[in-house]
Design a protein around this ligand. Structure first.
Ligand code: DQA
Length: 150
């Protein structure tokens, strides 16, 4: 049997609080539940998903930078508020040059003006936003379609 495609899923600051964090914006699912669903969806599609969360920008930069050498074929990334500020994460994505899908539970474009700018978008192949917890699974489907074409 062919080896499973490996996908790295990274979530940034405050996403460990999903479930209780502004549920009217982000929904009621916890990050553990979202990760479990993503891993299960990955198995159905022949992919192995490694899902992690950190509140630290440098840790996201480290994980992205190591992703190719660690054998990952692509990245799902919800950078949280770093979406709107982090040139370092943008640069890490450019440097590692793996296909990355930007993921958001909410639709940042429909919220406060400061959320309308994504610093990471230029380093991503696409974006899934506004579907709550389903954004992660939808992004995985899209990423795997792109990888299967490569
Ligand atoms: C978010 C949107 C960001 O603007 C916000 O800072 C987050 C979560 C989302 O998933 O909707 O922390 O990335």
């Amino acid at each position: 049997m062919a080896a499973a495609v490996r996908v790295l899923c990274l979530s940034g600051p405050n996403l460990q609080l999903l479930g209780t964090r502004e549920p009217e914006v982000y929904g009621k699912a916890t990050l553990a539940e979202i990760h479990a669903r993503l891993v299960a969806r990955g198995r159905e599609l022949g992919a192995e998903v490694d899902a992690r969360q950190t509140n630290h920008e440098g840790t996201l930069v480290d994980w992205i930078g190591e992703a190719r050498a660690s054998g990952f074929a692509g990245i799902l990334l919800n950078p949280g508020a770093y979406t709107h500020t982090s040139i370092a994460i943008h640069d890490a994505l450019k440097a590692v040059s793996l296909p990355c899908v930007e993921v958001h539970l909410s639709n940042p474009d429909a919220r406060e003006p400061f959320r309308r700018r994504s610093r990471v978008a230029r380093a991503c192949i696409g974006r899934v936003a506004g579907f709550g917890a389903d954004s992660y699974a939808l992004a995985l489907d899209g990423l795997l379609r792109v990888l299967s074409r490569a």
